[in-house]
Design a protein around this ligand. Structure first.
Ligand code: ADP
Length: 737
């Protein structure tokens, strides 16, 4: 059995539980009648055609129809009486282009039923108002409608954006198997039928197999066209719908449309296994309740959405609060892992900071994530955010990991620094249960037209909607974007803090320098006093003092000398922090020659071999201070060498890879001396730090390298050393060219 999509509402037939008249307007002459008028009015159809409505209904009934038409209120129902007064009907009037349609159904027997139904609607609405969750609300609506109508089964379907439906609430006879949770493919309700549902709020078919009733004549005599029955509640049933429901064991249906934002949001579908006539007022009550549910959908749905948004927001602020406290951003993002995932309801995430990627939850592999980021960066769109719930369709490589990532939300925190957060959602195929194979419902005919074949099986069937994840909601995307601003803010704050700390450090260093300067200056005075008095004592009391006394005084004099040289070193060091630099282009060849001359002259022992492989460059520096650096380093190279053959090399490296950058020239002084243990390589630059006893290797204060370091750093360069014990050392330092 099949039917084409075209004639759903042009079948020209109605159901037999009422009659239909087509009239001209404003004359109200009967143009067409349904073939079953005899059964309801006791008149032959031929007798009615061409007659005025006044010959059929009493004067009041005709008047109320006219009033209804003038007011354009085509949906309201009317109580109508025949001219003889022996029959009453519930009537519905529709204004059409060239006249009007009048539908008549025998009226309910008692007035009482109206009040009962009215009370039911009031009660149901009062109950429904109290429920806040959308699911509970729809469940209660299904139960109430079942209570009123006594249908075997009442279901609420919700449609997804593609038009597929899911049963999200159900009230049913205990002995029937549940349909709750089943999904229906979009093709179960073809688009033209959906349109009809959207326009008419209620569809009632008391007996799906009742023989259809034709209109006489079949073509409207004015328009010469078949009648468009789309607004008509008595509209005939198409054969596909009959078969479809027969397959489900259903003989009678009542369907209430749920329309939200002018879209068909879902349906309340009532099924009965045997034919079932529902009184007109009861149907009206159902329709009313359907309208109430439609209106409330916005409230309840919005509230659920709002609850979710509030939950996401609070997760977000908690998250941001905790990451702003810590120094290690990556750790803070991924610990605990669930928190990062909950932020956008994802199952997996990857945090990528520069080249380091950390995975949490269900994710593709590291390599897959790496290439995915490269691909995403080539995609057009928002520079901060890329998202899709159909990743494998856009990026075929993702087919291999669609179980982990059919949905991707990629957040670019900083493009300069390549900071990304990626969230993943798996494909949803596991969660979909179609109530039958949807692909069996549509068939392409040889002539290219689409034919619907009702499915013959309602066995639960797993549809493979491959490579699609749940879509990302607007509030989730917003949450991700807000996280980005928070992280950017935190990182910027940290940079500010660092700059502030640097300034503070500079200030306290300056204070320390001026303190050291003042202290060492003040110390020199009493020290000189001690030295002078000790010398006087030794000279003036030489005869009185014994040898021990004399030796002690000599030690005292030696110590004051040493102390003086230490204080001098400290003075020099602290002055360095305060003095201005006088930068001038300085030829380092000349400078080194001066240093070597001085050093070699004062040296009587072994003369080392000095090698300068290539002419040294000119740099922009304070020549007096840089002379001090070369003096310190070269005198150390002379001093700390116990080899019979001593060699010293003075040179510079090529600028490539220079520290801190290539605008600096790195000089080196290499010796074949005693070398320095690795653990001492840093501490030798500390003030007064010597590695040997005072009298070894020509003595010293342990301040030379500290002063050299300070000079280089004041020039913006760096100093460091490489060394092998027993083989020698290379001191490097960089100066801006
Ligand atoms: P001083 O030479 O006055 O002791 P420095 O600050 O110049 O002070 O050097 C600190 C220490 O570093 C020295 O005591 C020495 O142990 C070690 N040192 C410096 N230069 C060299 C070198 N070229 N070879 C081996 N050790 C060195």
């Amino acid at each position: 059995m099949s039917y084409t999509l075209e004639p759903v509402h042009f079948s020209g037939c109605i159901q037999p539980h009422g009659i239909l008249l087509v009239l001209s307007y404003p004359e109200l002459t009967i143009l067409q009648v349904s073939a079953n008028v005899w059964a309801y009015l006791g008149k032959e159809s031929q007798m009615l055609l061409g007659q005025s409505l006044h010959t059929l209904l009493d004067i009041q009934s005709v008047a109320s129809i006219q009033q209804n038409l003038e007011e354009g209120d085509s949906l309201s129902s009317l109580k109508l009486r025949t001219l003889s007064g022996d029959r009453t009907f519930d009537g519905t009037v529709h204004r059409i282009k060239q006249g009007m349609i009048l539908e008549l159904e025998p009226a309910a027997q008692t007035e009482e039923s109206f009040f009962l139904v009215h009370a039911w609607v009031k009660g149901a609405i009062a109950k429904l108002r109290k429920v806040s969750s959308l699911r509970e609300f729809l469940q209660l609506a299904a139960q109430d409608i079942r209570k009123l109508t006594d249908f075997d089964r009442v279901m609420v379907y919700q449609f997804d954006p593609q038009g597929a439906g899911a049963v999200i609430a159900e009230a049913k006879r205990d002995d029937l198997s549940p349909y709750l949770g089943l999904h229906y493919p979009a093709t179960d309700i073809p688009q033209p039928v959906r349109e009809l549902y959207k326009r008419g709020l209620l569809r009632f078919i008391p007996n799906l197999t009742a023989p259809a009733v034709e209109l006489l004549p079949s073509v409207n005599p004015i328009t010469q066209q078949p009648l468009d029955l789309s607004p008509v509640t008595l509209r005939g049933v198409d054969p596909c719908c009959v078969t479809y429901h027969q397959n489900m064991g259903v003989a009678s249906i009542l369907v209430i449309s749920l329309v939200h934002n002018q879209q068909l949001w879902g349906l309340i579908a009532c099924h009965h296994q045997t034919p079932k006539l529902i009184a007109y007022p009861v149907r009206e009550a159902c329709e009313l309740l359907g309208q109430f549910v439609s209106v409330e959908l916005a409230n309840k749905g919005d509230r659920e959405e709002l609850d979710y948004i509030v939950k996401l927001r609070s997760l977000q602020s908690e998250f941001v609060g905790s990451i702003s406290q810590v120094d290690d951003l990556k750790e803070a993002l991924v610990n605990p892992a669930l928190r990062l995932l909950d932020l956008v309801s994802a199952q997996g995430a990857a945090v990528c900071l520069e080249n380091k990627i950390t995975l949490v939850g269900v994710t593709p592999t590291l390599e897959q994530v790496r290439t995915l980021i490269q691909w995403a960066d080539t995609q057009p769109g928002n520079e901060a955010l890329f998202h899709t719930n159909l990743l494998p369709k856009l990026y075929p490589e993702a087919e291999t990991f669609q179980n982990q990532a059919s949905g991707l939300l990629l957040l670019r925190i900083s493009q300069v620094r390549r900071y990304y957060i990626l969230w993943f959602r798996p494909e949803v195929v596991q969660t979909v249960n179609w109530a039958g194979n949807p692909h069996a419902a549509m068939r392409m005919e040889a002539d290219g037209s689409v034919t619907l074949s009702p499915r013959t099986s309602f066995i639960q069937w797993q549809e493979t909607v491959r490579a699609t994840s749940l879509p990302w909601k607007a509030c989730e995307l917003e949450n991700a974007l807000d996280l980005r601003s928070a992280i950017v803010g935190i990182v910027l704050n940290k940079a500010d803090e660092l700059a502030r700390m640097n300034q503070e450090l500079k200030r306290s260093n300056q204070e320390l320098d001026s303190f050291a300067y003042a202290a060492s200056h003040d110390l020199k005075e009493p020290l000189r006093g001690i030295h002078n008095f000790s010398t006087l004592l030794l000279k003036g009391y030489e005869s009185v003092l014994d040898d021990v006394g004399k030796a002690r005084l000599q030690t005292l004099i030696r110590l004051t000398r040493r102390m003086e040289s230490l204080i001098d070193a400290l003075l020099k060091f602290s002055r360095l922090g305060q003095a201005e630099l006088y930068l001038v282009p300085t030829d380092i060849n000349q400078l080194v020659n001066r240093v070597l001359e001085d050093l070699l002259v004062s040296r009587q022992e072994v003369q080392p071999e000095i090698c300068i492989p290539r002419s040294l460059p000119t740099v922009n520096c304070d020549p007096i201070l840089v002379l001090e650096v070369f003096t310190n380093l070269l005198s150390n190279a002379f001093k700390y060498n116990d080899k019979p053959f001593q060699s010293i090399e003075i040179g510079y490296l090529d600028t490539e890879g220079s520290i801190p950058d290539s605008s600096y020239i790195t000089f080196y002084i290499k010796d074949n001396g005693i070398g320095i243990r690795e653990r001492h390589l840093e501490i030798i630059f500390r003030l007064f730090k010597r590695l040997h006893e005072q009298n070894l290797y020509g003595g010293g204060t342990g301040a030379g390298l500290t002063i050299a370091k300070k000079i280089i750093e004041r020039h913006g360069g760096q100093i460091w050393v490489e060394s092998t014990v027993g083989l020698g050392s290379i001191f490097y330092f960089s100066l801006k060219s």
